[in-house]
Ligand binder design. Structure first.
Ligand code: DAK
Length: 260
């Protein structure tokens, strides 16, 4: 697939996905969502020795300023459900991806942009980043999982406040509420996200994938997270990497994990 709305840069196995619609503050139109779906369904796994993915926005102003409001005119009762389902499916692909996905939030992360950041496994914010769910200003509510993920991340009271007022959070407030993992000087978001992914890449890949799946299981009411963890733990014990990790510890050397 040829990408028109995103840029992909493979930095030694760290795939930097830049939403490249700077003039529209990187607003998510349907074409951009389709390209992102393709990356997470296919493209990323074609990257040799993929370590993880960083999602960021082009330019200095915005990560993603929301769904593309200029496309809204075509949304109606008939297609609204399918559009929401499509968006949520793509964000689930991100959330359930087997390698770490980190949002490098370089500016406004509003509406669908905040929802995109929240679907990632972690978030690194530049100090000028702003987060919010301002859909009520447009007669809408969040449709890409925002009511659920913001509540999971920062709790009911603050999530309620943000969704009902449409107010924005500054980066330091987002940090104190647990919405972001780190706040860094403006422009250093991708570098910090890369540092985290490089660290994770030194660990056992199958264990990393299973840890992501187990943590996600906590938020899936159809799954008993504790039972799921037992099964995934047991599966780890059958891997070559488990033997290698334990042996390396005893032999006082660095483990050489192979993802097997
Ligand atoms: N969509 C399209 N264009 C946008 C945009 C957006 N969300 N946000 C900004 N832009 C464009 C502006 O139109 C402007 O383009 P030109 O007019 O120059 O062509 C350019 O980006 C720069 O914007 P401003 O001139 O407004 O820049 P400022 O620095 O003055 O203000 C701002 C920045 C981010 C505060 C402001 O642009 C703003 O309030 N933007 C809208 C933010 C917003 O309301 N975002 C939430 C959108 S609602 C759905 C599921 C989910 C959703 C929708 C549907 N389905 C199930 C179908 C999610 C909804 C949302 O995300």
């Amino acid at each position: 697939m040829e990408y028109q709305n995103i840029l992909l840069d493979n930095q030694d196995g760290v795939l930097v996905l830049t939403i490249n619609r700077e003039k529209a503050y990187n607003a998510l139109n349907q074409a951009t969502l389709a390209e992102m779906r393709h990356v997470f369904e296919k493209g990323a796994d074609e990257v040799e020795n993929l370590k993880g993915i960083i999602i960021t926005g082009a330019g200095a102003k915005a990560f993603v300023a929301g769904a593309d409001i200029k496309e809204f005119i075509g949304i109606n009762e008939e297609n609204g459900r399918a559009l929401a389902q499509n968006g949520q499916d793509i964000f689930f692909l991100i959330e359930r991806f087997h390698k770490p996905v980190i949002a490098a939030v370089n500016g406004f992360a509003l509406g669908g942009g905040c929802e995109l950041a929240m679907a990632c496994h972690m978030r690194v914010a530049g100090e000028k980043a702003k987060f919010g769910q301002p859909e009520v200003n447009l007669g809408l509510i969040a449709g890409y999982g925002g009511t659920q993920r913001l509540t999971q991340l920062i709790g009911k009271a603050k999530s309620m406040e943000l969704h009902l007022t449409g107010d924005m959070l500054k980066a330091d407030e987002a940090l104190s509420l647990g919405l972001v993992n780190y706040v860094v000087p403006q422009g250093e978001e991708v570098a910090k996200a890369k540092e985290i992914i490089e660290k994770i890449a030194t660990k056992a890949p199958l264990a990393i994938a299973k840890a992501i799946a187990c943590i996600n299981a906590h938020y899936d009411e159809t799954v008993d997270g504790f039972a799921y963890e037992i099964a995934q733990f047991q599966a780890c014990t059958t891997t070559e990497d488990f033997k290698e990790g334990a042996t390396a510890f005893i032999e006082k050397r660095k483990a050489n994990f192979k993802g097997k």
